[in-house]
Design a protein around this ligand. Structure first.
Ligand SMILES: Nc1ncnc2c1ncn2[C@@H]1O[C@H](COP(=O)(O)OP(=O)(O)OP(=O)(O)O)[C@@H](O)[C@H]1O
Length: 936
C-alpha cells in the first residue's frame, strides 16, 4: 500500500471521527452548536473546560458528576471537572485519556474516548431494556457491594421472604452463570454477538421472570435434607449439579440463619456434609467460572483475532477495492488508451479521409491532366498537322527557292541571299529534324504516359517560336520572293530593253538604210547636200545616241552583270529609254514628214520649191544637226577623235548587236538548259515530295498509332480511374462503416464509463461505510474489551466476596448442625403428624385438540374422586376413591407444589424423601414432575 495514501486515510478517518463526535455532541447538547468542520484546536478549546464533558456524562447518566463552577479560579476548576469526568469514566470502565492530551497533546485519544462513550450510549439506546434501566440507575447502583449490603440489611427477614426477595443481585449472577453454562455446553457460535454482549453486560434481572425452577430446587433440597435422608448420593449429586448457584447460596444462607436463630450451635452431619458439598460445588463452579472466564477470554481473544482478521480482510478488501479502483483506473486508463486508440483511429480515419480527398483531388487533377493532355494531344495533332502544312510550305518554299536558286544561278542572282536562304533552309531542315526529334521524344514521352505539361507547353512554345521563326522565314522568303520577282521583273525589263535596243538597232539599221536610200535619192535628185549633211548629222547623232545608248546599255549590263543593279538605275534606264524612244518616234515622225515632203517635191515644182525651202529648212536643220553633230563630233574628237572612232563605234555597235544576238542565242540556250534543269529539279522535287509524302504518311500512321495507343491508354486510365473510384467509394463506405462502429464503440465506452463511475461511487460509498463500520467495530470491540475487563473484575470481586462469605459459613458450619437437627426434629414431627406417606391425585384437563372430550370423572371432592364405569351398572357403575388430596383439572403446578413443599425442608434436614408419580400413559406424570416452572 502507498504510505501517502495511508496517511491520507488516517487523516480522513480522524476527520470523520471528529465529525461523528461533533454530530453526537450537538445531538446530546444542542446548545453547543459546534461546527462540523471543527479543527483539533477548536475542539480542544471547547472541551478543555471540562464542563461540556461533565454535562454530556450527566445527560447520559444523570447525577454522575458534580460540575464545579468556580468562575474566579477557572483553571483549577476546569482541571477538576476533567478529573471528575475521567474518574466517572473509570467507574464506568470506559477508556480514558490523559489530561495533558486535552490540554496540549493529541486530541485523537480524547476523540476516541468520547466516541466509545457515544458507542456505549448508542448501545444502551438500541432498545435494550436492561441497559436502559442501567442508564437511568445511578452509577453506584451498579456496584455489587450495594447489593450485598442490601442483602445484609434484609438478613433479619424470614427465610421465605428471603427466598422471594433476596436474589436481586445473585439472580443476575445466577442467570449469568446459567447462561454461561449454556454457552459452555457448546452454543457460543450459535449465539449472536449482541446476545453475548448482553449476557456479558447484563447486571439486572427481571423479577417477574423468576421461575419456579429455583423454588423447586430449594424445595427438593429441603425434602432431601429433612424427609428423605436415605436418598442416594447420585440424586444428591444430581441436585447439586443442577441447582443454580443462587439457590445453593440461598439454601446455605437459610440453613445458617436458621441455625443462628435456633442457637443450638449444632449442625447435623448430613447438613454439614451437604454444606461442604455445596461449598465444593460453589468452588467448582467458581473454578469453572474461572475456566469459563478464561475460555471467554480466549473467546474474546479469538473474537478479537476474528475482528482483527475481519479488519484486515476489510482493509484488504479496501485495498482490493482500491486495487479494484486502481484496476478501474487502469481500465479507465485502458479506456483512455481505447479512447486514445479511438482518437488515433479517428485521426487515422481523418487522415484516410484526407488521403481519400487528396486522392480524389489527385484523380481530379489526373483527369484534368488527362484532359489537358488530351487537349495537348489534340494540340500536338494540330501541331503535327501544322508541321505537315509547314513541311508542305517548306517543300513549296524549297521548290520556289530551288527555282529561285536556279534562276539566280542562271541570272547570277544574289548568291549571298541564296546561300543565306539555303543556309536558312538547311537550318529550317535542321530545325524541322530537331522538331521531328522533339516530336518523337514527345511521342515517346506521351507513350511513357503523359510527359508533363510543362514540356508540352515548352514544346508548344518552341513550336510557336518555330512558327514565328517560320513565319519570319516565310516573311523573309516572301521578301526574297518579291525581290526575286522584282529581279525577275528587272530581268524582264532588261530583256525588254534588250529587245527595244534590238528594235532600235533594227530601226537604226532601217533608218540607215532609209538614209542611204535618201542619200541615193538626193544624189539622184541632186538632193540637197544640206539634207544629206543633216541626215548624216542626224545619223551621227543617232549613232551617238546609239552609242550612248549602247554605252548606257553596257553600263546597265555591267550593272546587271554586277548583279547588284538597283531598281532606280533600271527605272532611270527605262525612263531614258522611254525618252530615247520618244525622240526616235519624233525622229520617225520627222522622217516620215520629210519623206512625204520629198514625195511632194518629186511630184511638183512648187512642191520642189517648198521642198527646197523645206530642204533648206532641213538643211538648216541638218546644218544644225551637223553643227550639233559637229559639236558632238568635236566632243567625240575631244574624247575619241575622229569618224573612225564613229565607224569603230558603229562596228562596235554591230559587234555589240552581234553580241546581243549571241547573248540572245545564249539566253535561248540557257533557257532551254533552264527548262532541262527545271525538269530535273521538278523530278528531284517530285521525288522529295514523294519522300515527304511517304514521311508524312508514316508520320500520320505513327500519329494514328500513337492516337490509338493514346486512346487505349486513356481508356485504360479511365478504367483504372473508374476502378480507383469504385475502390475509393468502397473504402469510403468501409471507413464510414468503421466510423459508425467507432462511434457506437465510443458510445458504449461512454456508457461503460458512466457505469464504472457509478460503480466507483458505489464502491467508494461502500468503502467509506466499511471504514465507518470498521471504526464502529473497533470502538465496540474496545467497549467489549472494557466490559470483559469489568466483568473479570466483578467476577474476581465476587470470588473474593464469596470466599469472604464462605469463610464464616465454614466457621459456623458446626454450629449449624445443632440448629439443623432441631429444625429437622420439629419439622419431621410436623410431617409425622401430617402423615408419612401421602397419596395425591391429579386429574389432567383435556388436551387442546383432543377429539373425544368425554370424562369418566363424575365427582371431584377435596379428598374424594368418583369415577363412572359405563360398562357396569348399579353400584359398580360408580366407584369412589379417597386420597390425601385431589387436584382437579383446573389445579396449578403452584398448588401442587404448595402441598408438598414441606418435604423439601425434610430433605434439607437430612431425611429421605421420595416423590413419585403413577398413572396411565399421557395422564400428566411428567408434566407434574418436570415442568414445575410453568405457571398456570
Ligand atoms: N395438569 C395439566 N394441565 C394441562 N396439560 C396437562 C396437564 N397434565 C398433563 N398435561 C398434558 O398432557 C400430555 C401428557 O402429559 P405427560 O406426558 O406428562 O403424561 P405422562 O403421564 O408423563 O405420559 P407417559 O407415561 O407416556 O410418560 C402432555 O401434553 C401434557 O402437557
Amino acid at each position: 500500500m502507498n504510505p501517502l495514501s495511508d496517511f491520507k486515510n488516517v487523516g480522513e478517518v480522524e476527520a470523520k471521527n471528529r465529525m461523528l463526535l461533533v454530530q453526537w455532541l450537538n445531538s446530546v447538547l444542542p446548545s453547543l452548536n459546534i461546527s462540523i468542520n471543527i479543527s483539533d484546536g477548536e475542539l480542544r478549546a471547547c472541551l478543555s473546560n471540562g464542563t461540556v464533558l461533565c454535562q454530556i456524562l450527566n445527560k447520559l447518566r444523570p447525577g454522575s458528576v458534580n460540575v464545579v463552577n468556580d468562575f474566579y479560579h477557572s483553571l483549577p476548576s476546569q482541571s477538576e471537572n476533567v478529573k471528575r469526568f475521567l474518574a466517572a469514566l473509570d467507574l464506568l470502565g470506559l477508556p480514558k485519556f490523559e489530561i495533558s492530551d486535552l490540554e496540549k497533546g493529541n486530541m485523537k485519544s480524547v476523540v476516541d474516548c468520547l466516541l466509545t462513550l457515544r458507542a456505549k450510549s448508542l448501545q444502551n439506546a438500541l432498545g435494550d431494556n436492561i441497559t436502559n434501566s442501567n442508564a437511568v440507575r445511578p452509577l453506584g447502583n451498579m456496584s455489587s457491594n450495594v447489593h450485598f449490603t442490601d442483602q445484609r440489611k434484609v438478613s433479619s427477614e424470614t427465610t421465605s421472604q428471603r427466598v422471594v426477595r433476596s436474589p436481586v443481585m445473585p439472580e443476575h449472577v445466577g442467570n449469568k452463570i446459567h447462561d454461561v453454562f449454556q454457552l459452555k455446553h457448546g452454543s457460543y457460535s450459535d449465539l449472536p454477538e449482541a446476545k453475548i454482549s448482553e449476557l456479558m453486560k447484563s447486571t439486572n434481572l427481571d423479577v417477574n421472570s423468576y421461575s419456579l425452577f429455583h423454588h423447586l430446587y430449594i424445595f427438593i433440597f429441603f425434602i432431601y435434607i429433612y424427609l428423605v435422608p436415605c436418598i442416594t448420593d447420585l440424586f444428591q449429586h444430581l441436585l447439586l449439579q443442577n441447582a443454580p448457584t443462587q439457590s445453593l447460596l440461598s439454601v446455605v444462607n437459610g440453613i445458617l440463619e436458621e441455625s443462628v436463630e435456633r442457637r443450638s450451635g449444632e449442625i447435623p452431619q448430613r447438613v454439614a456434609c451437604l454444606l461442604r458439598k455445596v461449598i465444593q460445588e460453589i468452588e467448582r463452579r467458581i473454578s469453572t467460572q474461572a475456566e469459563h472466564l478464561k475460555t471467554q477470554n480466549n473467546l474474546f481473544k479469538t473474537r478479537e483475532d476474528k475482528y482483527q482478521s475481519r479488519i484486515r480482510v476489510l482493509e484488504v478488501l479496501a485495498s482490493g477495492s482500491k486495487k479494484d479502483s486502481e484496476n478501474d483506473k487502469s481500465k479507465m486508463e485502458e479506456n483512455k488508451t481505447d479512447d486514445k486508440d479511438i482518437i488515433r483511429l479517428s485521426k487515422e480515419l481523418e487522415e484516410k479521409s484526407m488521403e481519400i480527398s487528396t486522392l480524389k483531388k489527385e484523380l481530379q487533377n489526373e483527369k484534368t491532366k488527362m484532359e489537358q493532355k488530351m487537349a495537348n494531344d489534340i494540340d500536338v495533332i494540330k501541331l503535327v498537322k501544322r508541321l505537315e502544312d509547314k513541311n508542305t510550305e517548306i517543300s513549296t518554299l524549297k521548290q520556289e527557292l530551288q527555282i529561285a536558286k536556279t534562276k539566280m544561278e542562271e541570272n547570277k542572282a544574289d548568291d549571298k541571299d541564296v546561300i543565306r536562304l539555303m543556309k536558312e533552309l538547311e537550318e529550317k531542315h535542321m530545325e524541322i529534324s530537331t522538331l521531328k526529334q522533339e516530336l518523337k521524344t514527345e511521342k515517346t514521352k506521351m507513350e511513357q504516359k503523359m510527359a508533363n505539361d510543362i514540356d508540352v507547353i515548352k514544346l508548344v512554345k518552341g513550336l510557336e517560336d518555330k512558327n514565328t521563326e517560320i513565319s519570319t522565314l516565310k516573311h523573309e522568303l516572301q521578301i526574297a520572293k518579291t525581290k526575286m520577282e522584282e529581279k525577275k521583273a528587272n530581268e524582264k525589263d532588261v530583256t525588254r530593253l534588250m529587245k527595244e535596243m534590238e528594235d532600235k538597232n533594227e530601226q537604226i539599221s532601217t533608218l540607215k538604210q532609209e538614209l542611204q536610200v535618201e542619200k541615193t535619192k538626193m544624189e539622184e535628185n541632186k538632193g540637197n547636200a544640206k539634207n544629206v549633211n543633216r541626215l548624216t548629222n542626224e545619223l551621227n547623232e543617232k549613232n551617238m545616241e546609239n552609242l550612248t545608248l549602247k554605252h548606257e546599255l553596257q553600263v546597265a549590263k555591267t550593272k546587271m552583270d554586277g548583279k547588284k543593279g538597283n531598281e532606280e538605275d533600271v527605272n532611270r534606264l527605262t525612263k531614258e529609254l522611254d525618252d530615247k524612244n520618244m525622240e526616235i518616234l519624233t525622229l520617225k515622225q520627222e522622217l516620215q514628214v520629210t519623206k512625204t515632203k520629198v514625195d511632194e517635191k518629186k511630184g511638183n515644182k512648187e512642191d520642189v520649191n517648198r521642198l527646197t525651202k523645206e530642204l533648206d529648212d532641213k538643211n538648216m536643220e541638218i546644218l544644225t544637226l551637223k553643227q550639233e553633230l559637229q559639236v558632238a563630233m568635236t566632243k567625240i574628237d575631244e574624247k575619241k577623235g575622229n569618224e573612225e572612232d564613229v565607224n569603230r563605234l558603229t562596228k562596235e555597235l554591230d559587234d555589240k548587236n552581234m553580241e546581243i544576238l549571241t547573248l540572245k542565242q545564249e539566253l535561248q540556250t540557257v533557257k532551254t538548259k533552264e527548262k532541262k534543269a527545271d525538269d530535273k529539279n521538278v523530278v528531284r522535287l517530285m521525288k522529295e515530295l514523294v519522300d515527304k509524302g511517304t514521311e508524312i504518311s508514316t508520320l500520320k500512321q505513327e500519329l494514328e498509332t500513337l492516337n490509338k495507343t493514346y486512346k487505349v491508354q486513356c481508356s485504360q486510365l479511365e478504367a483504372k480511374a473508374n476502378g480507383a473510384k469504385v475502390e475509393l467509394e468502397q473504402k469510403s463506405q468501409e471507413y464510414e462503416h468503421m466510423l459508425e462502429k467507432l462511434s457506437k464503440k465510443i458510445k458504449e465506452n461512454e456508457s461503460m464509463f458512466q457505469k464504472w463511475n457509478i460503480e466507483k461511487n458505489k464502491l467508494q460509498k461502500a468503502l467509506t461505510f466499511q471504514f465507518g463500520s470498521i471504526q464502529e467495530l473497533r470502538l465496540s470491540w474496545q467497549s467489549i474489551k472494557q466490559d470483559v475487563k469489568k466483568e473479570q473484575m466483578m467476577y474476581a470481586e465476587e470470588c473474593n466476596r464469596l470466599g469472604v462469605n464462605l469463610k464464616p459459613v465454614v466457621d459456623t458450619a458446626e454450629s449449624y448442625q445443632e440448629v439443623l437437627a432441631e429444625n429437622r426434629k420439629l419439622f419431621n414431627e410436623v410431617q409425622d403428624l401430617k402423615g408419612n406417606i401421602r397419596v395425591y391425585c391429579r386429574v389432567r384437563p383435556f388436551i387442546p385438540g383432543q377429539k373425544e372430550k368425554q370424562t369418566i370423572v363424575e365427582h371431584l371432592g377435596e379428598t374424594e374422586l368418583v369415577v363412572a364405569n359405563p360398562s357396569k351398572q348399579g353400584k359398580e357403575a360408580l366407584r369412589s376413591f379417597k386420597f390425601n388430596k385431589v387436584f382437579g383439572p383446573a389445579s396449578t403446578q403452584a398448588e401442587v407444589y404448595a402441598d408438598i413443599q414441606g418435604f423439601i425442608r425434610s430433605v434439607l434436614d437430612g431425611f429421605n424423601v421420595c416423590i413419585f408419580a403413577y398413572g396411565q400413559t399421557g395422564s400428566g406424570k411428567t408434566y407434574t414432575m418436570v415442568y414445575p416452572f410453568v405457571t398456570h
